[in-house]
Design a protein around this ligand. Structure first.
Ligand code: PGA
Length: 278
């Protein structure tokens, strides 16, 4: 829809409700109480309709409906591959895949926005069902020409002399790296904050510094890639990907089928992909 059409529709909606749905403060629009009520009512209706669709599809013996997934940035190197086979098997299933960082996934989980979540750090104070899926080791990456490349078991404190490229605040990778440095009382000089694993790889190759990223980000690098893993003590930082959903959530038939597929086949397919690529 065009923007004027949307404005017109929203006006008509407010008229039908009989109360304003938005208020403008400065340049920002906020939902009024009536707006919030309408929003949550509509959300419940759409959720119920989507459950109804899957129930009917199931009664007809078909796997249909939408699978809503949120995965952390490092999982984007494998989940789309797993979705490929799943989608061939169940062509009636549409997929909505959100790739984002730890902070934003945690928010989506709290707000019950998706069916399943793939994350590395489990939420505290929020009950979830958890399936540990795969390892997600974090490694130190440097350009191939870096003087430390040939060294073995490099002491952690040597990294303090290096320029560092760090993931953005809100990233789980960043939190894990900062914790390791804090635990060993090491301060690194952060030259650059970047919100993308791929951009960080380019920055390393461009000589801007070294960084710590998931080993999975190397999955499509060739043998003579411009970036290499340094052998630093205390690395790799051991992490896991978990498949998670809120305790008590009624998984749709499609989400249940995908969860089963991850448990029974996904792990083997993912491990094979890494073996072939690393
Ligand atoms: P991130 O997620 O994208 O938030 O860094 C990766 C992780 O938590 O392992």
């Amino acid at each position: 829809m065009t923007q004027p059409t949307v404005s017109m529709q929203v006006k008509q909606l407010a008229k039908a409700v009989g109360l304003p749905l938005f208020e403008q403060i400065g340049k920002r629009l906020y939902l009024t109480i009536a707006g919030k009520e309408l929003f949550s009512t509509c959300k419940e209706l759409f959720d119920r309709l989507s459950e109804f669709d899957s129930t009917i599809a199931n009664l007809k013996g078909l796997k249909q409906g939408t699978l809503r997934l949120s995965v952390i940035t490092t999982a984007k190197y494998i989940i789309p591959r797993l979705l490929g086979l799943f989608s061939q098997r169940y062509p009636g299933v549409d997929i909505s895949l959100k790739v984002t960082n730890h902070e934003s996934i945690s928010e989506r989980l709290l707000n019950n926005q998706d069916d399943l979540y793939v994350m590395s750090q489990l939420p505290q104070d929020f009950d979830v069902n958890v399936y540990p899926f795969l390892e997600n080791p974090l490694v130190v990456l440097a350009p191939r020409s870096h003087p430390l490349v040939k060294e073995k078991n490099i002491p952690l404190k040597r990294l303090a002399n290096e320029l560092f490229i760090m993931r953005e605040p809100g990233s789980g990778t960043r939190q894990a790296v900062q914790k390791l440095f804090e635990d060993h009382d090491i301060k690194v000089r952060v030259k650059l904050d970047l919100g993308s694993n791929e951009a960080i790889k380019q920055a390393i190759a461009g000589g801007l510094g070294i960084s710590v990223l998931s080993r999975h980000t190397l999955v499509s690098e060739s043998m003579n890639s411009e970036i290499v893993v340094l052998d630093v003590e205390h690395f790799p930082i051991r992490r896991h990907w978990y498949v998670v959903y809120p305790t008590g959530k009624q998984l749709s038939i499609v989400a249940n089928t995908f969860f089963d597929y991850l448990q029974h086949e996904g792990k083997a397919i993912a491990e094979q992909t890494f073996l072939n690529n690393l």
